[in-house]
Design a protein around this ligand. Structure first.
Ligand SMILES: *[C@@H]1O[C@H](CO)[C@@H](O)[C@H](O)[C@H]1NC(C)=O
Ligand SMILES: *[C@@H]1O[C@H](CO)[C@@H](O)[C@H](O)[C@H]1NC(C)=O
Ligand SMILES: *[C@@H]1O[C@H](CO)[C@@H](O)[C@H](O)[C@H]1NC(C)=O
Ligand SMILES: *[C@@H]1O[C@H](CO)[C@@H](O)[C@H](O)[C@H]1NC(C)=O
Length: 358
């Protein structure tokens, strides 16, 4: 009996070792020899513009566009697919990130670590917080910030109290805060004593570790500027003709346009709340609100690669626009408009590069 057990356990150890080896092999294969070869070959055709795209519905219309020519093969790395192509004679790498800040950050880091990339262009759809813009418009902000790194303040404390760990330089009261009690509803005008146990959240800058800084020595960044030259190029798109109609019967009530705007914000939060929308508009002068752009901005900042984001507005975050229900109805029109603006931007950029290289 005992010897059978012993035999069995030897067998299990062997199987376990086999599993371990194959797991190690899988993990170690982030860059197999074959993948490294493909990357080296691809990089000989660079430098590329990196097109970082949140979702398939924003990427597929680009891949299908007559202005885009694919170049084989694709390279799959860490669950991402890097696709190669040209827009005019500008080589581009397109990659889909998936939803949210972590996906956007990881994907951008992979792109910039592995490939010869001269600049990053992020595009897609976004919610709108700016009442002077409309659904279907394309917004190209000069600054992006991640607005969900918070210090959530203890109840009973306020603006005059130091935040937890503020003295260490970990947190700051410089950027400002949201006060929950300000959004109490159904209180009568005369009652000014209402309060909220959720108290205040204070916005915080990101810790960043630039490629040319000292490793492990943090710097801080809240408003991340896009590349100033790219921003100037974006201003030339203001008269671009965008799509106005979903089909023969459903059209926007205004003619959509491309706008360069001051600011956009991102967080891994789907914003569909009018009170918060107007808070961040009033506090930060934000136009597009999305879930990825600031992550792409923060990685590009740290890698010192020029960056810009082009976001078409698909809905008034929280509702209430003249065009009825928004996100569902106009999502594909907004995606198309973001691609029209992207294509025009890339063409304009390569035309300027050509002139300046003569
Ligand atoms: C792109 O083209 C393919 C094949 O022609 C089609 O199946 C797909 O639906 C198209 N996608 C978009 C978003 O137009
Ligand atoms: C809260 O509301 C008061 C009164 O309207 C306003 O003065 C204050 O700026 C608001 N505070 C915040 C953090 O939004
Ligand atoms: C709060 O007020 C709004 C608007 O006046 C009303 O529609 C809603 O039913 C009220 N909610 C509660 C919980 O009383
Ligand atoms: C046009 O699009 C709208 C919104 O998606 C839809 O409700 C309507 O049925 C469409 N009309 C036609 C003619 O396809």
């Amino acid at each position: 009996m005992e010897s059978i057990y012993r035999y069995t356990s030897v067998y299990y150890v062997a199987v376990f070792a086999l599993i371990l080896t194959s797991v190690q092999y899988t993990n170690g294969a982030l860059l197999s020899k074959e993948t490294r070869k493909l990357i080296n070959r691809a990089n000989r055709n660079g430098p590329y513009l990196g097109l970082v795209i949140p979702n398939l519905f924003e990427m597929n219309p680009l891949l299908n566009s007559s202005d885009y020519t694919p170049v084989d093969p694709v390279i799959d790395i860490s669950g991402r697919r890097f696709r190669f192509g040209t827009i005019g004679d500008q080589p581009v790498i397109s990659v889909m990130t998936g939803l949210g800040m972590i996906n956007a950050g990881i994907t951008t880091q992979l792109l910039l670590s592995l490939f010869e990339v001269e600049g990053v262009i992020h595009y897609g759809i976004a919610g709108n917080a700016n009442p002077s813009l409309n659904i279907g418009d394309v917004a190209i902000p000069q600054y992006w910030a991640h607005t969900a790194l918070w210090n959530w303040q203890r109840y009973g404390q306020g603006t005059d109290n130091e935040l937890a760990l503020e003295a260490n330089g970990d947190y700051t009261r410089e950027i400002g805060y949201l006060k929950f009690a300000n959004y109490t509803s159904n209180v009568t005008g005369s009652d000014s004593s209402y309060d909220n146990l959720l108290n205040n959240i204070w916005y915080q800058p990101e810790e960043v570790f630039p490629v040319d800084g000292t490793p492990e020595q943090r710097e801080h960044a809240f408003w991340v500027p896009v590349d100033p030259f790219y921003y100037e190029v974006a201003k030339t798109l203001k008269d671009l003709t965008l799509e106005r109609c979903v089909n023969s019967t459903t059209c926007l009530s205004t003619t959509p346009k491309v706008y360069t705007v001051q600011r956009g914000t991102s967080a891994s939060i789907y914003l569909d709340n009018a009170a918060y929308r107007s808070f961040i508009y009033n506090k930060f002068n934000v136009s597009p609100v999305d879930m990825e752009s600031a992550a792409v901005a923060l990685i590009s900042l740290q890698q010192r690669v020029p960056y810009i984001a082009i976001r078409a507005l698909s809905d008034l975050a929280g509702g209430g626009s003249a065009d009825s229900n928004e996100a569902d109805t106009f999502i594909s029109l907004a995606a198309d408009n973001s691609i029209i603006a992207l294509l025009a931007f890339v063409k304009q950029l390569s035309a300027i590069k050509k002139i300046s290289s003569i």
